[in-house]
Design a protein around this ligand. Structure first.
Ligand SMILES: Cc1cc2nc3c(=O)[nH]c(=O)nc-3n(C[C@H](O)[C@H](O)[C@H](O)COP(=O)(O)O)c2cc1C
Length: 365
């Protein structure tokens, strides 16, 4: 029984499998991964949050060079954006003046792990002007699919529609899914709390059918905790038309995530992946490590965007510079507990499809 749903016609793909666009400074979902997924019949999505407009353009063109199949771009469009003039150095200034305890926490991390200060060099934070320039590149390059994580995609919808771009919006609750539809998205990606990265509170068994009912007939794609074909068929049974998969693709050979981070995903069990607000100030599921544990013990309240991000990105820059990946933000979901081996992206897509087709055969035969 072939795995095919209306999502395939909507996106011009063969399999209802989408590789989630994941930021992580361009390491998680580089063009070679995105193109490999699209070439295998799914939809690859470039995670571009945090990338400069020039780097985004380079990656979009590189992806086009590697595949003639559809692919997407994912951007974070935070609901509350810092004023245009806010720079990283300005935020640091503010942190020193108004949040000395948080700065002391950052300094204590450096000291405890023997790292020297290596602040991020670029002076960009996510601001309204910056996000607008990222949107402009995506539109100029005529990327076929645009996915908006967090925030309100209304600012993109009219322009996307005008050039025939499919617009997807991520959501963690039926109510937010309704807001996304009012903003003009064509597809809602509904992510359960078990998922990796920024995540909400509702688990997929409750979330998917409730979202499907809340926004019918707008199609829903399920995300969170899907690491094999059984998860895809379960998502279809709950009313979704496809799967948006993040964590599993982080372990693909073509992902540029560090080996140690991939190993943590392959060897980790579901309970190793906790929700923490240490890294970005928002609830984010990641592999529990000494840094997230130190944060939990500190008793500090997380700061809003972009302050917590700027604080911790300076720490992560020191981690990157020394290759101490055991201290890195390894965002991933509970589905990692079901990942037992590393494969290429093409193998992952083909395995997912074969497993899902076997389940469909079993259920209908
Ligand atoms: C490392 C990592 C980075 C992520 N970055 C983004 C991002 O930049 N934009 C976004 O919309 N979603 C992001 N997400 C969420 C994914 O798009 C997706 O919804 C999630 O990974 C699905 O759950 P799963 O990891 O259990 O498959 C990220 C997830 C992870 C694990």
């Amino acid at each position: 029984m072939p795995l095919r749903t209306p999502l395939c016609d909507l996106l011009g793909i063969e399999l209802p499998i989408i590789q989630a666009g994941m930021g992580v400074w361009g390491m998680a979902t580089p063009p070679k991964l995105v193109a490999a997924v699209s070439n295998a019949g799914g939809l690859g999505v470039l995670g571009c949050s945090g990338l400069s407009p020039e780097e985004m353009r380079r990656r979009i063109r590189e992806t086009r060079r590697l595949t003639d199949k559809p692919f997407g771009v994912d951007l974070l469009l935070p609901a509350s954006l810092a004023p245009a003039a806010t720079t990283r150095s300005g935020v640091r200034e503010d942190l020193r003046r108004n949040h000395p305890e948080h700065v002391a926490f950052y300094e204590s991390l450096l000291e405890r792990f023997g790292l020297s200060e290596t602040p991020v060099q670029d002076d960009i934070v996510i601001s309204d002007t910056f996000v607008e320039s990222q949107i402009a590149v995506t539109l100029e390059e005529k990327v076929p699919v645009f996915a908006a994580g967090l925030g309100d995609p209304a600012r993109v919808a009219p322009r996307a529609r005008e050039q025939g771009m499919v617009l997807m919006g991520l959501s963690g609750s039926p109510r937010n899914a309704q807001r996304q539809v009012r903003s003009g998205v064509d597809i809602v990606v509904s992510q359960g709390t078990e998922g990796g990265g920024h995540t909400g509170r509702i688990a997929n068994f409750a979330l998917i059918p409730q979202t499907v009912d809340a926004i019918a007939p707008v199609p829903v794609v399920a995300a969170g905790g899907i690491s094999d074909g059984r998860g895809i068929v379960a998502a279809l049974a709950l009313g979704a038309v496809g799967a948006w998969i993040g964590t599993l693709f982080l372990t693909a050979a073509e992902s540029d995530m560090p080996d140690l981070c991939k190993d943590e995903l392959v060897s980790g069990i579901a309970t190793d992946f906790d929700i923490t607000r240490s890294w970005t100030g928002k609830t984010l599921r990641a592999y529990r490590n000494p840094v997230s544990q130190a944060w939990a013990e500190s008793g500090l309240d997380p700061l809003p965007t972009p302050h917590q991000r700027v604080l911790m990105e300076d720490f992560l820059e020191a981690v990157k510079a020394t290759g101490r990946w055991e201290l890195f933000m390894n965002a991933a979901g509970q589905g990692a507990g079901g990942i037992t081996k590393r494969r290429s992206a093409g193998e992952i897509v083909r395995d997912l499809a074969r497993e899902a087709e076997e389940v469909l055969e079993r259920l209908t035969g």
